[in-house]
Design a protein around this ligand. Structure first.
Ligand SMILES: [Zn+2]
Length: 263
């Protein structure tokens, strides 16, 4: 059983309860934000990922368009070549020459045709990618709108909390300084636990065990407290620590009494 000795235990107990109540109120204010900050962060991550995808799509479009331009240029020169060959056909000197030019002409026309098919295929790809890109941009704009909406809600909550938060912090500071002056060791013990424990609950009350009301459990970790500790708890003349979770323990009646008396 861990107990802390300090002069004027009753006063210190009351002050530590007061401190804990103020911290609990601060925590409750923080909870009002809910998971809005997390939601905003998740949406920002989604947008960042989408931006990368959309950049990729844009590059694909540019690449296809460049290929289309190259194919058009190639066809332009092939058509020039075709015209020249046609002219040459008019002045052939023998059959061999005629077949040679005919074969060149055929090859040029086949290449032009093949290029045209490639252009068509690429144009289709561009259309698909453009559609995809537009969808990505619309999706991003929608996510931006959602972020703005959530940020606005969060800002409203922060603004509403602001005054209360400042008041609480001021009261906490005054009280902390007082306890620290009275018993620095006790204060640091409380403060270290507050910073390391979930929800900042360094001090909790011992509450009756359901179905066995004559026994109490630590409301921080739900461990059954030994009878000896329970007895000491009700004496209120020593500061007790839960052996399982390390939280400072007070009896529920005292906690409620102090909490109720606070503005
Ligand atoms: Zn505990």
């Amino acid at each position: 059983m861990i107990t802390i000795e300090t002069p004027n235990v009753r006063e210190r107990l009351v002050e530590l309860i007061q401190l804990q109540v103020l911290y609990n109120r601060l925590h409750a204010l923080e909870q009002r934000k809910g998971d809005l900050p997390q939601q905003i962060e998740d949406l920002q991550d989604k947008i960042a990922a989408l931006q990368l995808t959309s950049q990729g799509t844009h590059q694909q479009i540019q690449q296809c368009e460049a290929e289309i331009r190259t194919l058009h240029t190639s066809n332009d020169s092939l058509r020039d070549h075709e015209q020249k060959l046609q002219k040459l056909l008019l002045s052939v000197r023998n059959e061999q020459e005629y077949y040679k030019i005919e074969s060149d002409l055929k090859e040029a026309r086949l290449t032009i045709e093949k290029n045209l098919k490639d252009i068509q295929r690429l144009q289709q790809r561009v259309m698909v990618s453009q559609h995809k890109h537009e969808e990505e941009l619309t999706h991003m704009a929608e996510l931006q709108r959602l972020i703005a909406e959530k940020q606005e809600n969060l800002d409203k909550i922060i603004l509403r909390n602001k005054q209360q938060e400042e008041d609480l912090r001021e009261r906490i500071q005054i009280l902390s300084e007082h306890v620290q002056r009275e018993d620095a060791r006790l204060f640091h013990l409380f403060d270290r636990r507050r910073q390391s424990l979930r929800g900042g609950s360094a001090l909790v009350s011992a509450i009756p065990l359901e179905g066995k009301e004559d026994r109490v459990i630590c409301s921080g970790c739900y461990t059954l407290l030994p009878r000896q500790l329970q007895w000491q708890l009700y004496q209120r003349n020593t500061i007790l620590i839960c052996e399982n979770c390390g939280r400072l323990l007070v009896d529920a009646a005292l906690f409620e009494e102090v909490a109720a008396s606070m503005p």
